[in-house]
Design a protein around this ligand. Structure first.
Ligand code: ATP
Length: 307
């Protein structure tokens, strides 16, 4: 599959201080790639290198097959960029500002700006400097998405958005992916990346410490489960669960001829389902995996343990 964005041994220093220490990654075309990491990890710096807002000190970057240093306006038009901090101080309406951006970004399908603004609940006729933080963010999103670019680079896209608008944004991401657009986004929040990305990279202290498929993370993640069965002895149910790889922390409650077991599962669910198929179940709850714990393990450096 084609690679839409790549970085090889990317370094960036500000003065004598190196903040990216040799970052490597590849983003498959048509995928959603999420970079998560704590404050000052280097997420914004990496994105700025991709857009040639700043220049790398060393290493190699390719964006849509081009070196961003030589891509110029032609490459810029193929990208939609939402910066982490938007400065919208002009005395213009959102509509006017977007039509100005349109001259730079290239053609926007008719009706597209109004459609996006309506979906996000943004009033385009208000002056930009009077907009709240969340509404400025919406304007930034419309600007990034409006010309349906091949690549979307989104720095903390949901920051300041309320949960309903976040949902709408997630739908916009899904649609972009279905259209074959590539998305490179950053976030502090794993749950967001978990919902939207195919691949997640963990950036910490200017280094990529892990790149994982979200499906892989999900498979290795801890899930909580609970089930109730009839016609079985508690000891037999516990023994059965003991045959499932990755099942542990088993707790049992027996009452009125039913047995309720709760446990955690750290591994694939298929063996669990096979084992449970041998029981007469009256209830089963298998929670959505919490990837937080898996990622915390990655955040922790050698000897630091999980915080
Ligand atoms: N223009 C600059 N001059 C000097 N140092 C900078 C500059 N831009 C970023 N830095 C430093 O580079 C490091 C990485 O910053 P960056 O903004 O890339 O992190 P981030 O992962 O995006 O963090 P956050 O989540 O807080 O936005 C920080 O220590 C920051 O202070």
């Amino acid at each position: 599959m084609a690679i839409a964005v790549s970085a090889r041994s990317l370094t960036k220093s500000f003065g004598r201080r190196e903040v990216l220490h040799g970052v490597d990654f590849e983003v498959q075309a048509g995928s959603v790639f999420g970079v998560i990491g704590p404050n000052a990890a280097g997420k914004t710096t990496t994105m700025r290198c991709l857009l040639d807002i700043i220049r790398p000190t060393g290493g190699e970057v390719r964006v849509l097959g081009v070196d961003p240093r030589t891509g110029g306006p032609e490459l810029r038009r193929r990208i939609g960029y939402l910066p982490g901090e938007l400065f919208l101080e002009g005395r213009v309406t959102g509509r006017k500002l977007l039509s100005h951006y349109q001259a730079i970004s290239g053609p926007v399908p008719p009706g597209r700006i109004d459609e996006l603004a309506q979906r996000l609940g943004l009033d385009l006729d208000r002056h930009t400097r009077k907009l709240s933080k969340g509404n400025k963010q919406k304007l930034g999103l419309v600007q990034a998405f409006m010309h349906q670019p091949e690549l979307l680079v989104l720095d903390e896209p949901t920051s300041g958005l309320d949960p309903l608008v976040q949902q709408e944004f997630h739908s916009m991401l899904r649609e972009a992916r279905q259209r074959g657009q590539t998305v490179f986004l950053s976030s502090h929040v794993l749950s967001e990346v978990q919902q939207t990305a195919d691949t997640v990279a963990i950036l910490r202290g200017g280094r990529i410490i892990a790149v994982e498929s979200v499906a892989g993370l999900r498979e290795g993640a801890v899930r909580h489960l609970r089930f109730t069965a009839t016609g079985t002895a508690a000891a037999d149910a516990v023994a059965l669960l003991g045959t499932v790889p990755g099942a542990g922390n088993v707790e049992v409650l027996e009452s009125n001829g039913t047995v309720t077991l709760s446990a955690v599962l750290e591994g694939p669910i298929q063996p669990l389902l096979q084992a449970l198929g041998r029981l007469e179940l009256t209830d089963l709850v298998l929670e959505e995996p919490d990837l937080e714990e898996s990622v915390l393990k990655m955040y922790a450096g050698p000897g630091e343990g999980v915080r």
